[in-house]
Every structure is written in C-alpha cells, then in structure tokens.
Design a protein around this ligand. Structure first.
Ligand code: ACO
Length: 399
C-alpha cells in the first residue's frame, strides 16, 4: 500500500501500523485515502473555518475582537459589553450581564459530587445539567449564550461553597458577572476594585481564535447538536494541561523562586534540566502577548499586589534576558498566564479555581463561535490518511 507523502505535505507521513500477515487470499491493497492531499498533523496551518469574531496576529502581538484591540477593550469596556460584541458584532454602552440564579436540578447534582471532584469537572457537569434542564435546541442563539454565560459563574461558586461545607448563596443582580462570582464565592459583596480586575480578566480571556477548545465547540455545533453539549466538550478540552493549566503553576514557580536575587540561578538550572518556565512561550505569539500587557496593567492597579508584582516583574526581566541569551533563534516572550496568575491571586481565588475561571471567561467566545458555526451550517468532518493493513481475509477458525 502506498503511503508516501505528497509534495504539499508539511510533514512526513507516520509509519504504517503493523499490518496483519498477508495471505494468498488477501485482496488488493485499498486505495490509500488522502495520499493525494496534504496532511497536517495537529491541523497546524489548516484553515478550518471563516470567522468575523477574533483575529490573532502572532508576529505583531495583536489580538482583535470584531476589529477592536484587546488593550482598548480592557480599558474602555466591561465583560458584558464585550460578550455582546462577540455575539452580535455591536458595541453597546448599555450591554450588561448579571449573575443568574442556579436551577434546582443543578444544585442537587452539585451536592452529590464527591469531595475530591476537580472544579473543572464540576463546571462541566453543571453545564451538562443546565442543558438537560434548559434544552437549548440547535441553532444556538444569543439568548441561549447570554443565559449560559450568566449561569456558569453562579454554578462554579456554588460548587466551591458546597465542597467547603457551605450553602450556596443567591446572586446579587446589581453586580457584574465577575462581581457576582466573587460575591457568591464569599457570601459578601466584593471589593469593587477586585470585581473590576476580575471583569478585566474576563475580557482578556473571552476569545482567542480557533484554539483547541473553540474548535471542539464548533465541531459539536456543526453536527446540529446543542450549545450545552458544545460547551461541555469545550470545557473538557480546556481541562488538558497543554491548554488551560499554566497560571496556577506560575504562582508556585514564583513561590519557589522566592526573591528576585534567586531568579538567575533558579531559571538557568530549570532550563538546563529541560523544565518549562511557566508563563513564557506561545505557539502563536512571537511578540509580547498583548493579553499579558493588558493584565499587567490591571495587576499594577490592584491593592496589596505591589510586593508580589515587584518580584514577578524582576523575575520576568531575568527570564527574558536568559531566553534571549540561550535561545537566540527562538522568540520566547511572556504569555497571558504570567499576569493572569497575578490578577486571579489578587482577587483571592484559590489556584484550583484558576482553570475553571478561565472557562467562565471563554464562555462568551465559545458561544459566539457556536452561533457563527451554526449560521455556516456545515458539518465539520475531515478525513484521515489510512496507514493500516490492506484488505485481508478473516482467518477461518470454524473447523
Ligand atoms: N520554558 C523553557 N523553554 C521553553 C519555553 C519555556 N516556557 N517555551 C519554549 N521553550 C523552548 C523549548 O524547550 C524548545 O527548545 P528546544 O528547541 O531547545 O527544544 C523551544 O523553546 C521551542 O519550544 P516548543 O515547546 O516547541 O514551543 P511551542 O511553541 O510548541 O510551545 C508552549 C508553546 C507549549 C506554550 C511552551 O512555550 C510552554 O510549554 N510554555 C510554558 C507553559 C505555559 O506558559 N503555557 C501557557 C501558554 S498560553 C495559553 O495556553 C493560554
């Protein structure tokens, strides 16, 4: 069987799997599927959708939502306005999202989860039960997106309280979504500055092109499945450590380094061991991640963060200098997670809530892509290149 690569293929074809031994009855090798077309492992470089929602330019370090630069959106907007922008394309002054009450079936299921449940699993389960309760039929709508995005922070906060032996509290509808999340976590109205900082984090995390979880969401919607199913899939995808797990590790890394004077030795030893320095490097950005720049500004405005930030900034300088020296051919800059860690820690979240809080922010982007994918109404169904056995007679053990 021919499995040779084509000229267009960006990478070589993997070796064929071990084939069953050919017998005299073996038929002709099947026509290899896909050998006449380029194969791109991991779909790298493949354009799989057209989108008007977000634009990422890794070379320039630019991120636009519907054409608006992320830095300006953080400065001038709220998550409610940004979510509405992503869903509808309109920038409306009055757009607002408020935390929703949790349907009773969701609370019942959250109560039954084992104590050791990972918060990401709890959020995925809550969205699944919300879907069973709400039955958001295909095609997804802006109303569905609004409801789900407003429900998710309340559900995550309820889970956090239940696992700590506390009863969930009702959301205060006067608060923003981020403020309501903090209020439902603690049972107290939040410090307005903390609520604003978390709102800014939500803006920064809302959308980032066709990343793995957004692609997952679009694939599920493309089968005309519903928004809750698509978002459950996206949460499962984001749970993988290669996608959504770095900010908690940034915190432990800075604790381990301890003081800026220890950074040089610590970083050099870590790189020599082949360890990854968390909060640095990105698959797409070859320039400073614009989200890191926006969150650094937010963190600088937060009370009680001065000492932590002083260390973080000095350590960042050391890391960037060492990368410049040791990896001159590879641009490795600070990524969003480095300063996301500062903001999430600054508003008082425990590290195991960092990944699901990222999911709360990304809810707006996932659902915007779900709506866009449904309007294209095209089933996403790529091909695989077959590298297995040729057609072979099944050995007859009947006699
Ligand atoms: N620390 C040490 N070395 C690094 C780092 C890092 N943070 N990032 C890249 N490198 C090195 C690699 O070791 C490799 O070196 P080599 O060529 O000598 O083998 C080279 O740079 C290329 O690295 P890749 O892993 O191939 O780069 P890629 O673009 O595929 O990886 C990734 C990007 C996974 C984000 C990587 O930079 C990393 O692991 N960073 C640390 C984890 C992190 O901060 N993740 C959050 C990313 S942002 C987000 O997901 C929202």
């Amino acid at each position: 069987m021919t499995t040779s690569n084509t000229e267009n293929s960006p990478s070589s074809t993997p070796a064929p799997a071990a084939a069953p031994k050919s017998t005299p009855d073996a038929g002709p090798a099947p026509k290899a599927l896909g050998t006449d077309r380029p194969y791109s492992p991991g779909l790298a470089g493949v354009i799989a959708a057209e989108t008007a929602i977000g634009f990422v330019d890794g070379e320039k370090g630019q991120l636009l939502y519907r054409g608006y630069p992320i830095g300006q959106l953080v400065e001038k907007g709220t998550y409610g306005q940004v979510a509405e922008l992503l869903w509808t394309g309109e920038w409306r002054k009055t757009a607002r999202l408020v935390p929703a009450e949790i349907p009773e079936p969701v609370i019942c299921v959250l109560r039954e989860l084992p104590d050791h449940t990972h918060p990401m699993d709890a959020l995925r389960t809550a969205v699944s039960v919300w879907g069973a309760w709400r039955r958001p039929h295909w095609p997804p709508t802006v109303d569905q997106a609004r409801e789900l995005t407003s429900f998710a922070p309340s559900a995550l906060a309820a889970f956090h309280r239940l696992r700590n032996g506390l009863e969930p509290v009702k959301p205060n509808p006067k608060l923003s979504l981020a403020g309501g999340f903090l209020q439902q976590l603690t049972g107290k109205d939040p410090d307005p500055a903390a609520a604003r900082a978390l709102d800014a984090y939500f803006v920064v995390g809302a959308e980032h092109g066709l990343n793995a979880s957004t692609f997952t969401c679009r694939v599920i919607i493309s089968t005309r499945s519903d928004l809750a199913s698509a978002v459950c899939g996206a949460i499962g995808c984001l749970k993988g450590p290669l996608h959504g797990g770095a900010p908690a590790e940034v915190v432990s890394q800075l604790h381990e380094i301890g003081s800026p004077e220890r950074a040089e030795k610590w970083v050099r030893e870590a790189i020599a061991r082949g360890d990854k320095i968390m909060g640095f490097g990105h698959r797409v950005y070859r320039a400073y991640d614009p989200r890191a720049a926006a969150l650094r500004k937010v963190a600088e405005g937060m009370a009680d963060m001065a000492a932590w930030l002083d260390t973080a900034v000095k350590v960042e300088d050391v890391v960037l200098r060492i990368f410049g020296e040791l990896k001159p051919d590879r641009v490795i800059k600070t990524n969003v997670e480095y300063y996301a860690a500062a903001v999430l820690q600054g508003v008082g979240l425990p590290p195991d809530l960092f990944p699901p809080t990222f999911a709360l922010a990304r809810m707006a982007g996932w659902s915007a892509h779900a709506i866009e994918q449904a309007s294209a109404d095209k089933l996403i169904r790529p091909d695989a290149r077959y590298v297995g056995a040729p057609e072979t007679e099944v050995p007859d053990f009947r006699h």
